[in-house]
Design a protein around this ligand. Structure first.
Ligand code: PLP
Length: 270
């Protein structure tokens, strides 16, 4: 049997590589902080649990390949409430955020193309790009300056003729950084200048660890919270504003599972 070059070229997920070390350390009674997958310490929504308990269909049949239309329309309404209007044909339900990201990368990249990310970044981005025979180009950021983005000239040095997209995680994993309006302005300007796409990984949008729930906001609620001085929310608003401005070149991936805290039962959207 011949194994494909693609499979042979894949590197093991760094997350899996570290698991045995983390397990061994835990056995020795050490506290391990996982900086890999985002596993919130917020309880799963009782509504979600209730829906699972009340699921009473006799056959679990195949769904619509684009996704359940009720869910698609609910997502459309959600974006409408932010004055961001998508047609239902442009919303796809996926098996978690990873599939949405893979779809975005496959749609944008031919073999040898590049996706620009800011380091440290969610480790699986490398594997997603490799699957598409593309590669990740990482621009370093550092703990010393709070993982802020470098200036535009520095970022532009990493853009080549093969760069197809900037993949931005906001809020970031593992850094937790929330980008400022100026940083988002700069990313929007770069994306326009080089005619590339922005893949916006928003899996951690609308988390509120202060009150331990997800926000699931409409625009007016968010505006009120912003007035009340909630920094995180301000950043999310900025993100949306920029999506609107550069909407035609934006692929958004978002996870409802993250918002309702049932990470083991993910639904993504692209
Ligand atoms: C930044 C980021 N993007 C995407 C994902 C996708 O996750 P999943 O495929 O499990 O929905 C994760 C999961 O931890 C993540 O941290």
């Amino acid at each position: 049997m011949k194994i494909s070059e693609r499979a042979l070229g894949m590197t093991a997920s760094p997350i899996r590589k570290l698991v045995p070390y983390a397990d061994a350390a835990k056995k020795k009674g050490k506290k391990v902080y996982h900086l890999n997958i985002g596993q919130p310490d917020i309880a799963t929504s009782p509504k979600f649990m209730e829906a699972i308990r009340n699921f009473d269909q006799k056959i679990i049949a195949y769904g619509n390949s684009q996704g359940d239309m009720n869910l698609i329309k609910a997502i459309q309404n959600y974006y409408d409430s932010w004055d961001i209007h998508y047609e239902t044909k442009n919303i796809f339900i996926t098996n978690g955020g990873s599939e949405a990201l893979e779809m975005a990368i496959f749609s944008l990249c031919d073999p040898g193309d590049e996706i620009l990310v800011f380091e440290p970044y969610y480790a699986n981005y490398t594997s997603f790009a490799k699957l598409a025979s593309a590669k990740v180009t990482a621009v370093a950021t550092s703990a010393e300056d709070g993982y802020r983005l470098p200036d535009q000239a520095t970022i532009e040095k990493y853009i080549s003729g093969r760069t197809r997209a900037i993949l931005l995680t906001n809020p970031g994993n593992p850094t937790g950084v929330v980008y400022t309006k100026q940083e988002m302005d700069m990313i929007a300007a770069i994306v326009k200048k080089y005619n590339i796409a922005l893949i916006a990984d928003e899996v951690y949008r609308e988390f509120d660890h202060y009150i331990k729930r997800s926000l699931w906001l409409g625009r007016n609620q968010a505006r009120n919270l912003r007035k009340a001085g909630r920094n995180g929310v301000t950043a999310f608003l900025i993100l949306f504003v920029h999506f609107f401005q550069i909407r035609s070149r934006c692929l958004i991936q978002s996870c409802r599972a993250d918002l309702f805290h049932h990470r083991g039962a993910q639904t993504g959207l692209a």
